[in-house]
Write a protein that binds this ligand. Structure first.
Ligand SMILES: C[S@@+](CC[C@H](N)C(=O)[O-])C[C@H]1O[C@@H](n2cnc3c(N)ncnc32)[C@H](O)[C@@H]1O
Length: 428
């Protein structure tokens, strides 16, 4: 069978479905169930997805009106999709050293790092449609959706080793209370804590914006730590602000990392990784070839930025565009606002100044351009084989929201050393 005649997961559901009342959410969950089942095929975790995967196939199959398809036929139908989950840049390892779950997965920054260390992801959740696209293109798995819903949580397997997640930061209203588990109800941290409580993984690794430390005068972080330490009983060392630039990427990105170990492991100390001391700069991640004129600023827009800056600087305000020289490092990449203008670069390799689109005027002669999505990927330490299947606007958002893979990996290695999965991991 060649790739063209093979059944694809996208043929599943929308095209073959007979009942047009089925909602997209159900179809998406079916795709999550099927890809998770196939990625865990032959492993004990497969049983968490098996029943739902079989019934999804039965209810959507064009060959079966009444759902009495024999299991052997269902198995065969599922096998048709196997090539899709394996034929990706970052396939699930077959002989993993440990298992983890990937919550608020985004495009899988944690997953790249954990797989590099020999880990196997047994469950993933992310509700953004575009991020799911990128995730699937790279890992062959469709994430489950809203993690606050029981119909998502019920698929999380027991017995995984590490819970990973960069959950969005929200305030808790704990006025007059001790700031315990129940006080965090209604926030995404509550869902993280609840999953830890139910599943009791050996360790967790949470990532968040640096501002979490000072959020609500420090009350948000102290509530989080109180829940993890007192209510869930984990050993949680002081969280650490980690800067991506110390781990081999030219980006000044500070994030707070919170790790914890289950009490019965007897771990009572943890050291975050030391900076590598390796000097890197933008030139190390710059596009090898000339990039399209759409990344170059028009003469007019550049002039607007210059004028604006001059006006604001004369009043003593900084104004947000910045040019990163080849031997410098980038500012933290962020989503929205002037995010891209904060990291302009000079690239004189351009020879054609004609605009790519009508709305864009002639491009500037100074060679000032925005970084490309691939450069943002590299700033976060994503390998070049990482596929970017979405439009630029989504790609910038996804990389801006993601994690710096090498900093995550260096920290995860320290976690693994503590929980003794190191035999085959060291030196990777
Ligand atoms: C800061 S980003 C994490 C990015 C991720 N660590 C990565 O490497 O790309 C937080 C993610 O949580 C997702 N999210 C927020 N609320 C969610 C929910 N209730 N269920 C599932 N995903 C959610 C957002 O769509 C976003 O992609």
């Amino acid at each position: 069978m060649n790739a063209k005649t093979k059944k694809r997961i996208d043929d599943f559901g929308y095209k073959t479905v007979k009942r047009n009342t089925l909602e997209a959410e159900v179809v998406d969950r079916s795709k999550a169930v099927i890809t998770h089942y196939l990625n865990n095929f032959g492993k004990k975790e497969a049983k968490y997805f098996e029943e739902a995967a079989f019934s999804a196939i039965k209810s959507y199959s064009i060959d079966s009106e009444d759902g009495d398809m024999p299991n052997s036929v269902v198995e065969e139908a599922l096998q048709q999709y196997l090539f899709e989950v394996h034929d990706v840049p970052f396939p699930t390892p077959q002989n993993p050293q440990f298992t983890f779950i990937d919550l608020f997965a985004g495009i899988g920054g944690f997953r790249v790092a954990m797989q590099n260390l020999g880990g196997k992801c047994v469950f993933t959740s992310e509700w953004d449609k575009e991020a799911k696209k990128t995730y699937r293109a790279n890992f062959g798995e469709v994430p489950f959706g809203d993690i606050t819903k029981e119909e998502t949580k019920r698929f999380i397997p027991d017995g995984f080793d590490i819970l990973c997640g960069g959950f969005p930061c929200q305030a808790f209203s704990i006025a007059g209370r001790r700031g315990g588990f129940e006080d965090t109800r209604g926030t995404l941290f509550f869902d993280v804590a609840e999953i830890i409580k139910r599943k009791m993984p050996k360790a967790f690794f949470l990532e968040n914006v640096k501002g979490l430390a000072s959020h609500d005068k420090g009350k948000t972080l102290s509530t989080i730590l109180n829940v993890l330490r007192s209510d869930l009983g984990y050993y949680v060392p002081e969280p650490q602000i980690v800067n991506a630039k110390n781990f081999g990427v030219p980006q000044n990105r500070e994030r707070i990392y919170i790790v914890g170990f289950r009490a019965d492991l007897g771990i009572d100390e943890f050291k975050y990784p030391e900076p590598l001391g390796k000097k890197v700069s933008f030139s190390d991640i710059k596009e090898e070839k000339t990039v399209g004129t759409r990344y170059y600023l028009s003469t007019k827009y550049l002039q607007t930025l210059y004028n604006h800056k001059a006006r604001h600087e004369s009043k003593g305000n900084g104004f947000g565009y910045n040019i990163v020289k080849d031997d410098e490092i980038a500012n933290a990449i962020v989503v929205g606002g002037m995010g891209r203008e904060r990291n302009l670069v000079i690239d004189n390799r351009i020879t054609d100044f004609k605009p790519e689109t009508k709305i864009q005027g002639e491009v500037n002669r100074e060679g000032i351009r925005k970084m490309t999505p691939r450069e943002w990927a590299r700033l976060q330490g994503f390998p070049n084989k990482f596929i970017i299947p979405v439009a630029d606007a989504s790609a910038y958002k996804q990389f801006g929201n993601s994690v710096a893979v090498p900093a995550i990996q260096a920290t995860a290695l320290e976690i693994l050393k503590k929980i003794n999965f190191l035999k085959n991991v060291e030196g990777k």
